[in-house]
Design a protein around this ligand. Structure first.
Ligand SMILES: [Fe+2]
Ligand SMILES: [Fe+2]
Length: 317
């Protein structure tokens, strides 16, 4: 049997016992009052929407379709609003699988990138901030997850280790910006780069195959979770004013109140962090969108709702 991966699925494909991880399952009620399920299935190549209509409930092992489980699917691929959709006709739980088939990894060497981040930390001028960063990174609750967590669930850097890659990009751009904005304090900016998204460690469940949001993530969000974590972990002996500036970067990094920032940037480091974070997010989203490989005859991708445009792949210039 040929293994079909999500990125290769086409409308009309017949699926015979193909394995996917369950990322989401929601029970819904149709207009004519019958129940059905909508699902998001995933594998290492991407994700796809799926449906189970009531006619097939008897052949589908519904009990065992849980977020994070792997199921073997028989059915077909349809097209719905220009996107593939898997119609599940039969499914059973798969217990013996290779986790590497279901989590997106990156081409980066995450350990190597982390070592480069530590090199930068070790070169920081402010000894108090340097000590604080190293202590925080060494806390069991941070250390155990920092290298595995993605930077986002769907949009950008959404792979194992994505957060570390995102932090490295910000740190590198922040370093470069110091030549132009020497009045900014690089030690403080480096802290912001490394810890602005630390709440993602608790927002996203990187331990699950499905990379889902935790309950805390849904109810609080990563900005608030990051603030709580830092409030808990920064020692009380740390300089009060400096701590306030560090925490301000985390609180304001989304830049605008409309998109979830409790406050907007007030310090030069917070402005730099917020803009650089946005750049890393945008280019990450750009790359990920093009990876889907759907390019029309004029060289444009499908519309990206996150970027508000159809994109042109630089490889097609
Ligand atoms: Fe963020
Ligand atoms: Fe970020």
């Amino acid at each position: 049997m040929i293994r079909l991966y999500i990125k290769d699925l086409k409308p009309g494909d017949i699926l015979l016992k193909q394995n996917f991880a369950v990322k989401e399952i929601v029970k819904k009620l149709s207009k004519n009052n019958t129940h059905y399920y909508t699902l998001t299935l995933s594998d290492k190549t991407g994700q796809v929407d799926a449906k189970i209509w009531a006619d097939y409930f008897k052949d589908v092992d519904l009990e065992n379709i849980k977020i994070g489980s792997v199921i073997s699917v028989t059915g077909k691929v349809d097209s719905f609003r220009d996107e593939n959709q898997v119609m599940i006709e039969k499914s059973i739980l798969v217990e013996d699988f290779d986790p590497a088939d279901y989590v997106t990894t990156s081409e980066y060497d995450i350990d190597e990138i982390y070592a480069k981040i530590l090199d930068t930390v070790n070169s920081l001028e402010d000894a108090e901030i340097k000590k604080l960063i190293l202590e925080l990174l060494d806390l069991p609750e941070i250390k155990s997850k920092f290298l595995k967590t993605p930077a986002a669930m769907m949009i950008h850097h959404n792979y194992v280790g994505g957060l570390v890659v995102h932090v490295y990009e910000i740190l590198t751009l922040a370093k470069a910006s110091m030549e132009l904005y020497p009045e900014a304090n690089f030690s403080e900016l480096a802290f912001g780069a490394i810890f602005h998204d630390i709440g993602k460690l608790e927002e996203l469940d990187a331990g699950s195959l499905a990379l889902n949001m935790t309950k805390e993530g849904k109810l609080l969000g990563h900005v608030v979770q990051g603030l709580l974590l830092l409030e808990r972990c920064i020692p009380s002996s740390f300089d009060k004013n400096k701590k306030l500036r560090l925490i301000h970067m985390v609180a304001s990094h989304n830049g605008k109140k409309e998109i979830g920032a409790p406050v907007t940037p007030s310090t030069i480091e917070a402005f730099l962090l917020s803009e650089i974070d946005n750049l890393s997010f945008k280019i990450g989203t750009f790359r990920m969108h093009l990876q889907k490989g759907e390019i029309d005859e004029n060289g444009f991708s499908t519309y990206s709702p996150y970027l508000g445009a159809s994109l042109v792949d630089p490889k097609t210039y």
